[in-house]
Design a protein around this ligand. Structure first.
Ligand code: ARG
Length: 267
């Protein structure tokens, strides 16, 4: 009996381990063979051109604007880079709990989030847009026209877009889910009527999926942008990140990264 119990325990432990490894949400990038330490980035790779999964030379990895920036930060620190890929809503808690050292995820430095973490300078400005089906675009001439009980509007869970949808479309049916590609799929399947995302993300989907349309309506603050987050009080790392960002911006390298990653996102 004792043997049987330990056998069952061993098998369940094995299954548990296998399922953990199966998640495979950690990616490593060797910046320099001579570096011995790692810095760990937290991101949510469902947001091209900011970050998304891609096979590079036959190997599954994460690519995007934020990954390129993270590599530059790692280089400036003389460390290699580890990237933990998680649902967007978990990123700031992971940062607060020290599971990751910094977060880059197309994240807006909102006042609410500033209570929990510290943010870098803005590295990429982009506003929010409403993505709809081309076939329905003429029915949506104003934000009010979308705030109707028969319509279904989606956004990523834990995002500023969720807040915008809650604010503007309180009469519509709302769907807040974790994966942005899933939201877009539901939109193109007509399970949703509209999805709110950052303009560069919407434009990427427009190029890759036919039948979608960006409404010519303003939602949210038009002067928003993304910033990196660090643990509250981590001024040392924040100073390095800000230095890296400033030099990427002033040298024009940031524009190049944004251009390259936007191109890479066209399939
Ligand atoms: N910019 C939005 C926010 O800060 C959404 C970012 C979503 N990012 C992602 N990697 N899925 O809430």
């Amino acid at each position: 009996m004792k043997k049987l119990v330990s056998l069952i325990l061993a098998v369940t432990a094995g299954l548990f381990l296998a399922s953990c490894q199966g998640q495979n949400n950690i990616f490593t990038y060797t910046i320099d063979e001579s570096y011995t330490e790692y810095i760990t980035l937290g991101t949510s790779a469902d947001y091209p051109p900011y970050e998304w999964p891609m096979k590079v030379s036959g190997k599954q990895t994460l690519v995007g604007i934020d990954i390129e920036i993270a590599k530059e930060v790692a280089k400036a620190l003389g460390k290699n880079l580890k990237v933990v890929n998680k649902g967007f809503e978990f990123l700031l808690d992971d940062l607060e709990n020290g599971k990751v050292d910094f977060v880059l995820a197309g994240m807006n430095p909102s006042e609410e989030r500033k209570k929990q973490v510290d943010f870098s300078i803005i590295y990429y400005e982009a506003n929010q847009v409403i993505l709809v089906n081309e076939s329905e675009k003429d029915s949506f001439a104003s934000l009010e026209s979308l705030n109707v009980a028969s319509l279904r509007i989606g956004a990523q869970i834990g995002s500023v877009q969720q807040t915008l949808v809650e604010e503007h479309f309180n009469k519509a049916q709302t769907q807040f889910i974790q994966s942005v590609p899933d939201l877009v799929l539901r939109l193109s399947n007509k399970q949703l009527n509209a999805v709110v995302v950052e303009r560069p993300v919407a434009e990427g989907y427009l190029k890759n999926i036919s039948g979608l349309h960006i409404l010519d309506l303003q939602i949210g603050n038009p002067e928003e942008g993304s910033a990196a987050a660090v643990q509250k009080g981590n001024t040392e790392l924040l100073a390095v990140i800000n230095q890296v960002l400033e030099s990427l911006i002033s040298s024009g390298k940031m524009d190049q990264i944004i251009f390259d990653m936007t191109e890479l996102n066209k399939n």
